[in-house]
Design a protein around this ligand. Structure first.
Ligand code: RB5
Length: 144
């Protein structure tokens, strides 16, 4: 596994999965920063998305994970940030290929859409998969 430095964030709709993912990261000694939210009180997902994306763009973290109710708001907001490639994943195949082919640097998840164990499997595969480069690099470069 590459040297991971994870930035994680959620709104109230993704708060419980964020905490579960943090437990996963702690259990594996994967360095992370939690950029909120820190309570279940309603908050605005674009602000959390921006904080996590800015951290990834700065290089202080090399992967970001964003959770909201559907994952959709987070992915829309994150993909507005130049240099961010956010993948909303609801299955493990997409999670793996979003890394291998798209070099996704942000994973988005929907707490109200997928079960907790699937979410954690997606995180596991997404963090462990590297970018394949080659023809995929050319395509990612075209996006950038
Ligand atoms: C919050 O109710 C909900 O809109 C948010 O978590 C997310 O699903 C937005 O895309």
């Amino acid at each position: 596994m590459e040297d991971l430095k994870v930035a994680i964030g959620s709104d109230h709709g993704g708060y419980e999965y964020k905490e579960k993912i943090i437990d996963y990261l702690k259990a594996r000694n994967i360095p992370y920063v939690d950029l909120g939210t820190h309570t279940k009180e309603a908050c605005d997902y674009p602000e959390i998305a921006r904080a996590v994306c800015e951290r990834v763009i700065s290089g202080k973290s090399n992967r970001g994970i964003l959770v909201c109710g559907t994952g959709i708001g987070m992915s829309i907001a994150a993909n507005k940030v130049r240099g961010i490639r956010a993948a909303l994943c609801g299955d493990t195949y997409s999670a793996r290929v979003s890394r291998a082919h798209n070099n996704a640097n942000i994973l988005c998840l929907g707490e109200r859409v997928i079960g907790e164990h699937l979410a954690l499997d997606i995180v596991d595969i997404w963090l462990k998969t590297g970018f394949e480069g080659g023809r995929h690099k050319r395509r990612v470069d075209l996006i950038e």
